[in-house]
Design a protein around this ligand. Structure first.
Ligand code: PLP
Length: 369
């Protein structure tokens, strides 16, 4: 038996991956070209331009890295950090913690400010810390997927404008689901993932480096301590008149990214953000009507990741199991301290449709009755 024959179509409403558009599946099956084929290079150039559009940047060093969102995180830190660099990580969930771990492994002197999970990073605390000490890099997660909190990336950027710190932002969950404006918000290093609001299967991580960040990279005293993710080498494959082989690009995954970005740009970024917000509002209204409460206060909630508190009277694991087994709907479990206490409902990319929200609410209603 070929196991692929029996894969059922699950409505992916967890923290990623999200549902994939049929045109993106079609793109995955287009004929594989060589990684230096001139036709493929024109596709690469369009991907770079489209990534600049969705990331709100003119940065030349805007490229997709082979690997998932964590490869984007590693790429960002490994290219920027030299041993002894001072890094401040703002933490209010799992992915902020992961950033601090990654930076520490590279020999950075890492300081953190921790905020209660489910609440946002407080810019005043950041300002206070920056008055006490200067940092080479300040890092924050825009959309903290573990809690459903939106961090005030733009407000923090105003504080950093008076400093020499480079600003590093994780947009794995936010990109293409809500505005991300690298240039306007003074973000120097930004990374994302393909499987959330871009609605491409997992495996590609868009990254972008400002001129200031590239200057730090080009003036390193030590080599980037990771060959595969060294952006100064990868950039020679992704730019310039003659392209140099670095590693064999995941050709068909890049077709999928190309198609997913085209779908977003054709719909229009503003329309895409509006669709995410409308689905979020519909979900919150429906979920509250069913008697559930949201973990995060209004005003700090992400449209694409909804953390819903599960009352003690309901077995959270059983609820997720029944949604999957009986209704073919996947939602996510809580992580860390929130395990067993919340479910995470994703409304990302192609999943963010009113008919999907209705299907989930109907299923939840039937189960809890
Ligand atoms: N950062 C954030 C905010 C995420 O939500 C995730 C994944 O959920 C990651 C980083 C890591 O991405 P991946 O699991 O694709 O490696």
């Amino acid at each position: 038996m070929n196991l692929l024959e029996n894969i059922r179509t699950t409505l992916l409403m967890g923290p990623g991956p999200s549902c994939v558009h049929p045109l993106t599946y079609y793109a995955l099956g287009r004929p594989t070209l060589g990684h230096l084929d001139p036709y493929f290079i024109t596709i690469m150039d369009e991907i770079k331009a489209d990534l600049q559009t969705v990331m709100g940047t003119k940065n030349v060093a805007t490229i997709p890295i082979s690997g998932t969102g964590s490869a984007g995180m590693e790429t960002s830190f490994v290219n920027m950090i030299e041993p002894g660099d001072r890094v401040l990580v703002l933490i209010n969930g799992v992915f902020g913690m992961r950033m601090a771990d990654v930076a520490g492994r590279l020999g950075a002197e890492v300081d953190t400010i921790e905020f209660e999970w489910g609440t946002a990073v407080d810019p005043e605390e950041v300002e206070k810390k920056l008055k006490e000490k200067s940092y080479d890099i300040v890092a924050v997660v825009h959309a903290e997927t573990s809690t459903g909190v939106c961090n005030p990336v733009e407000e923090i950027s105003k504080i950093l404008a008076d400093t020499d710190s480079l600003y590093l932002v994780d947009t794995v969950t936010s990109l293409c689901g809500m505005p991300v404006e690298m240039d306007k918000w003074g973000i120097d290093i930004c990374y994302s993932g393909s499987q959330k609001c871009i609605s491409c299967p997992p495996g590609i991580a868009p990254v972008s480096f400002s001129d200031r960040a590239m200057e730090k990279l080009n003036n390193r005293k030590t080599k980037v301590p990771n060959w595969y993710l060294d952006v100064s080498m990868i950039a020679q494959y992704w730019g310039g008149k003659t392209r140099a082989y670095h590693h064999t690009a995941p050709i068909n995954m890049l077709y999928a990214l190309y198609q997913s970005l085209k779908l977003i740009i054709e719909e229009g970024l503003e329309n895409v953000y509006k669709r995410h917000m409308e689905c979020h509002k519909m979900l919150v209204a429906g979920i509250e009507e069913l008697g559930f409460k949201m973990l995060v206060k209004e005003g700090y909630r992400l449209p694409m990741l909804n953390a819903v508190l599960v009352p003690d009277s309901i077995d959270e694991a059983e609820l997720r199991k029944r949604l999957l087994n009986e209704y073919n709907i996947e939602v996510g479990a809580g992580l860390g301290a929130l395990a067993g206490k919340i479910v995470r409902i994703g409304l990302m990319g192609h999943t963010a449709r009113d008919y999907n929200v209705k299907r989930l609410l109907d299923a939840l209603s039937a189960i809890i009755k």
